[in-house]
Design a protein around this ligand. Structure first.
Ligand code: NAD
Length: 276
């Protein structure tokens, strides 16, 4: 899948479409963020990785991404729940790359519980990482995008930014909020060459989903296969998970000049889920 997607991206955009651009991608040590970072680096952008994980493993990913794509790749461990850490990450990225052209707000966490039992601390944490972090990162980078007349803001929302499911109050509220923030930034940035769009994935096979499959299999006492078929892919008409390569390809496209008129959009990449 990766090889086929890479070949297609190469032929669609040329290998160095984003040469000279630099990107901060939050939550890019894993899953969708890592897929987007790989696609951007492959397209020639300098990349600031961010997220949690094993330092040696992250350093291995960083070094390989830089070497394979002949681009500058840095890593910052800023906690997206801290506005101060976000501002410091931006300062380090500007010092290293000179400017920030692309911001991908992707870091996200989840907690599933009925509203009556939903822990207030989890609500606060999800709001901070899934919504407020995007505000702080946009605020810290917007001015220099405006001054240079180019900016691409990509917010990784979710199908749950468009529709709801039970037991995901904080996640659904934060992702709907992120779609709203996207529209406001799009309107404010429109005259300055800045676009802002939300990508709204359905279920994508990543560690976040892997964890939920295990949890649900345990709590319902059913097999993993049944959880995948009857819970996760029930409403996803393609009956397969979306891929991180698909998220990467769309993100690269949104950064091209061909996508300059796509702004304020919430783009479902959900195998038809929200078409129901
Ligand atoms: P993941 O768990 O594989 O990756 C999450 C990333 O965020 C990791 O790099 C992690 O270290 C980082 N992170 C978590 N908390 C952080 C914090 N406080 N500060 C900095 N980094 C932090 O998850 P994923 O499935 O790749 O999800 C990425 C985004 O896509 C999330 O916003 C998620 O809501 C969204 N999404 C995922 C799916 C899916 O099916 N996987 C569907 C729709 C939307």
């Amino acid at each position: 899948m990766l090889k086929a997607a890479d070949a297609e991206i190469d032929s669609m955009f040329g290998r160095r479409t984003l040469e000279g651009r630099s990107a901060i991608i939050t939550g890019s040590t894993s899953g969708i963020g890592l897929g987007i970072a790989q696609a951007m680096a492959r397209a020639g952008a300098a990349v600031m990785l961010n997220g949690f994980g094993d330092p040696a493993e992250i350093e291995g990913q960083r070094a390989a991404m830089a070497e394979e794509n002949d681009v500058d790749v840095a890593f910052d461990s800023a906690d997206m729940s801290s506005p101060e850490a976000i501002r410091m990450m931006v300062a380090r990225a500007v010092a290293r790359f000179g400017q920030i052209d692309i911001v991908v707000n992707n870091a996200g966490i989840q907690h599933v519980a009925p509203i009556g039992e939903f822990p207030a601390a989890r609500w606060d944490a999800i709001m901070a990482v899934n919504l407020s972090a995007a505000f702080h990162l946009v605020q810290a980078t917007y001015g220099q995008m405006q001054a240079r007349g180019y900016g691409r803001i990509i917010n990784v929302a979710s199908a749950h930014g468009l529709v709801a499911s039970p037991f995901k109050s904080a996640y659904v509220a934060a992702k709907h909020g992120l779609v709203g923030l996207t529209k406001v930034v799009a309107l404010e940035g429109a005259e300055f060459g800045i676009t802002a769009n939300a990508i709204c994935p359905g279920y994508v096979w990543t560690p976040l989903v892997e964890q939920q499959i295990d949890d649900q299999a345990k709590s319902h006492g059913i097999a993993r296969d049944a959880v995948i078929r009857d819970v996760f892919l029930k409403n996803q008409p393609t009956k397969r998970f979306a891929t991180v390569e698909e998220m990467g390809a769309l993100s690269v496209f949104l950064c091209t000049s061909a996508a300059a008129s796509i702004t304020g959009a919430a783009i479902p990449v959900d195998g038809g889920w929200t078409a129901h």
